[in-house]
Design a protein around this ligand. Structure first.
Ligand SMILES: [Mn+2]
Length: 424
């Protein structure tokens, strides 16, 4: 299913007056709004192929109908999101769930929807049918070299698929770890993992990046072999200049100061990218900004400060991706909400008065520093985000249009109700 340009234009026409009045009011409060709008138009967030269907939990899964049945339909769904908001121009694939049969056809289809291929994701956290060795006791950390070799070969295969599609990065997330004290030797597990990662790293093309994602716990509940940003940074530092730490917002112990982690990783030139989501307790994979919007803003505040300091390009120098799972919402509506929340937090961070904040810090004016940050956070920047979307050709109200056009009902008609997005 593809949305026609005239439908978007008609939809925008109906609410343009209200938008204009909100935007005009906001313009009076923001000095360099034109430069912010152009940054917003450039800023794109990758959508993971596995977030397009209902993920469910270990207790159950409640299908919403019309889910994509194959890679082609996943690309079409991301195309729908991008058409509506003009902020999601990339898809992140997961191997083996998304192995392309015909690279050229897949490349052409993505191009037709204005999409590129973001980071490739390998999978050594579950056994595939017919697989020789089991990952029950880990993959890259495994005590048996045959299991490690199988996991290394899989990652190299993922890189090869990515080269064919024009991707430029590999994300390695490992479920490796242990469930009980004494199950493994921490140093041996680390060293085996490092040696395995070195072999994968050696297969990376020159212009590729390797993202090493950490996670505090789950599915292993006693130790995780890439358990936190310190461990990820150790691997990334030992591997070399193409290896970076990837921060998934849900992969920390409760109340971790993620903004501080981000700041220091940026300082070390080792922050690779993000997996956005939100959580109340653990790796809840909820919609970005749905639980802790202030934290999301504070993270962006550190990102902007640190990226500006290193003269980095906001849009391209880090990997921006959503990693979420949906159980009760329409996955496409949820992803539209996540992208919107990310754009809002980015905009709020862009309007922080950095000179004033620095001055407050130098004077130890703690109250003033808080005022500056919260003044930005409490500014309703939604008209600015909507204006950027409008200028880029998107819808003023993406979810409103999604519902008005009955996109989900159309997808159910096309694909059926009892569909399962592959891999979920
Ligand atoms: Mn993740």
């Amino acid at each position: 299913m593809k949305l026609k340009d005239n439908l978007i234009a008609e939809h925008n026409q109906r609410s343009i007056d209200l938008h204009r009045s909100k935007f005009e009011f906001l313009k009076t409060q923001i000095i360099d709004f034109e430069s912010i709008i152009s940054k917003l138009i450039d800023f794109q967030i990758a959508i993971p192929s596995w977030a397009l269907g209902n993920g469910g939990t270990r207790f159950g899964r409640f299908p919403g109908g019309g889910e994509p049945r194959n890679l082609e339909e996943k690309i079409e769904d991301v195309g729908l999101i991008h058409k509506l908001n003009q902020s999601g121009n990339a898809i992140s694939l997961h191997i083996p769930w998304d192995i392309p049969k015909d690279y050229q056809a897949i490349r052409d289809l993505a191009k037709e929807h204005g999409l590129r291929f973001d980071a490739m994701n390998s999978n050594t956290f579950q056994d595939q049918k017919g697989q020789e060795e089991s990952y029950k006791y880990g993959s890259l950390q495994h005590v048996d070299p045959a299991v490690r070799k199988q996991a290394i070969d899989h990652n190299i295969e993922v890189i090869k698929h990515g080269i064919e599609l024009g991707s430029k990065s590999l994300t390695v997330w490992l479920a490796d770890g242990s469930c009980f004290p004494g199950q493994l030797n921490f140093r041996t597990a680390f060293q085996n993992t490092l040696a395995s990662l070195r072999e994968i790293y050696a297969s990376l093309p020159e212009d590729w990046k390797m993202f090493i994602e950490y996670k505090a716990y789950e599915p292993n509940f006693y130790s995780t072999t890439v358990g936190d940003w310190g461990q990820s940074l150790l691997y990334a530092s030992k591997l070399g200049p193409k290896a970076f730490t990837l921060v998934d917002l849900g992969h920390h112990l409760p109340n971790a100061n993620i903004e501080q982690i981000v700041s220091l990783l940026l300082m070390e030139g080792k922050l690779g990218g993000f997996h956005f989501n939100d959580s109340k307790y653990g790796d809840d994979d909820l919609t970005a900004g749905s639980i802790k919007p202030y934290q999301l803003f504070l993270i962006f505040n550190e990102l902007i400060e640190g990226m500006n300091d290193r003269k980095m390009n906001h849009a391209n120098d880090l990997g921006w991706m959503i990693d979420a799972s949906h159980n009760v919402k329409d996955p496409l509506e949820d992803l539209l909400q996540s992208v919107e929340a990310i754009m809002i937090a980015y905009t709020q961070a862009l309007i922080v008065d950095r000179a004033a904040l620095k001055e407050a810090q130098l004077k130890n004016d703690v109250a003033r520093a808080q005022e500056i940050l919260q003044d930005s956070f409490r500014t309703d920047v939604r008209p600015l985000v909507a204006e950027a979307r409008l200028r880029a050709g998107g819808a003023l109200d993406p979810i409103g249009l999604f519902r008005k056009l009955e996109v989900r009902q159309e997808l159910i008609k096309e694909r059926g109700f009892e569909t399962v997005a592959t891999g979920l």
